[in-house]
Design a protein around this ligand. Sequence first.
Ligand SMILES: [Cu+2]
Length: 134
Amino acid sequence: MAQIHIKKTSLSWIFLSVVIMALLVFLFLSQPEKSQSQNTVVAFENDIQIITVSAKGGYYPSVITAKANKKTVLRMLTKGTFDCSAAFTIPAIGYREFLPNTGTTDISIPPQEAGNTINATCSMGMYSLKINFQ
Ligand SMILES: [Cu+2]
């Protein structure tokens, strides 16, 4: 009886460790999308700074460093975005639009002085996006 009991206990420990490991692997794998490298996010096309951000359950990445004094386009990517991150507002430039559920939306941002931050949020202010100009 005692031995069977011990076996059951160690089996449940193995099961628990497998579950924990699976969770860790899942967390590790889901990280890269949310922390894209700066290089892929800010690019230049014909001297126009293009900042690419994905909107779905938040904005990714949500904090971006961009170059000051450059014509800038904020390129919002949506793909099956049915949550409120599609209701996009940038108070500083008076922007307030619904992004398409799936598509690409280019928003022009005038050149910003170094030290300026452009804040964008969903209409309820639940999700935010910060672009720091340097
Ligand atoms: Cu919201």
